[in-house]
Design a protein around this ligand. Structure first.
Ligand SMILES: Cc1cc2nc3c(=O)[nH]c(=O)nc-3n(C[C@H](O)[C@H](O)[C@H](O)COP(=O)(O)OP(=O)(O)OC[C@H]3O[C@@H](n4cnc5c(N)ncnc54)[C@H](O)[C@@H]3O)c2cc1C
Length: 243
């Protein structure tokens, strides 16, 4: 489903809803690759109450042996009228991943809406320069969908052989995917982006970075300080913490 681009996604309604809890119910799941699973949900009233915006994410409360364990996940194909969406889990050894592997129709999770938002780059960028990985693939797909006319270069860090078959929603006419196998805690990705970004980046472009927190911080600092790109043209958010 396409999401129209405009201003004011994080409007009054979302602000009022902040911190409000919703209960999502599993309706089904698909094993997309060996290491990537899509789970379908009904939304417990979330979408009608808060609307949708590109890269929208929720904080989900998983049970960790009786203790609450909160993790962020990105809405995939939110359908406001039907009150449904999916989540895509990049699987690894973690509580949220384990829950996703085992969940069955009828299972529920509680969620909190807090922190999500999206400011459309203004003016519209001449090019999107995106750095992501399997955890941020749902957000990358959503971002590209929200800016359908903008060409994009995507540096994508892969972790598994199966990442070849991940559900990228790319248009080969406008989107160029550059895969980088993860090595040395993200060092190869940092080196590759530093080598290739300068030729493409200028103040008319928009840089969007979401990978592990250390790599994200390094690349965001590089883009802002060394390339001197305007702050508002560089969006960066660490999506997971490597050990
Ligand atoms: C705004 C936002 C949106 C996000 N959207 C998504 C999404 O749509 N889909 C998605 O899969 N993830 C998404 N993430 C990332 C997800 O929240 C983290 O990966 C989270 O740590 C998973 O929790 P866990 O309980 O499975 O593992 P944790 O208990 O957090 O970690 C357990 C172990 O797994 C490792 N680990 C954690 N995440 C990863 C990973 N992605 N790859 C490899 N190793 C990892 C840790 O280093 C640790 O060793 C998002 C994060 C943010 C901030």
């Amino acid at each position: 489903m396409g999401i129209a681009v405009g201003h004011g996604w994080q409007g009054a309604v979302l602000k009022l809803m902040r911190g409000k809890d919703f209960t999502f119910t599993v309706t089904g799941a698909e094993q997309v690759t060996e290491d990537y699973r899509r789970v379908h949900f009904t939304d417990g009233g979330l979408l009608a109450a808060a609307g949708v915006h590109p890269t929208m994410w929720v904080r989900i409360w998983f049970d960790n042996a009786g203790k609450p364990h909160q993790r962020a996940y990105t809405l995939v194909d939110p359908d406001v009228e039907a009150g449904t969406f999916s989540l895509e889990f990049a699987l690894h050894d973690g509580v949220a991943s384990h829950w996703a592997r085992r969940c069955a129709p009828g299972d529920t999770v509680d969620a909190t809406l807090q922190g999500t938002g999206f400011e459309a780059p203004d003016p519209a960028p001449a090019r999107l320069l995106v750095v992501g990985d399997p955890a941020s693939l749902p957000a990358v797909n959503s971002l590209l969908d929200a800016l359908p006319d903008v060409p994009a270069t995507i540096w994508f860090e892969t972790q598994n052989a199966s990442d070849e078959d991940l559900p990228f929603r790319l248009d080969p006419a406008r989107h160029e995917l550059r895969r980088v196998p993860r090595r040395d805690g993200g060092a190869d990705l940092v080196a590759r982006v530093k080598a290739e970004l300068p030729a493409l980046a200028d103040p008319a472009s928009y840089v969007w970075i979401a990978c592990d927190t250390a790599t994200t911080r390094t690349l965001a600092t590089y883009a802002r300080k060394e390339l001197a790109l305007p702050k508002e043209r560089v969006h960066a958010l660490g999506y997971w913490r490597a050990d």
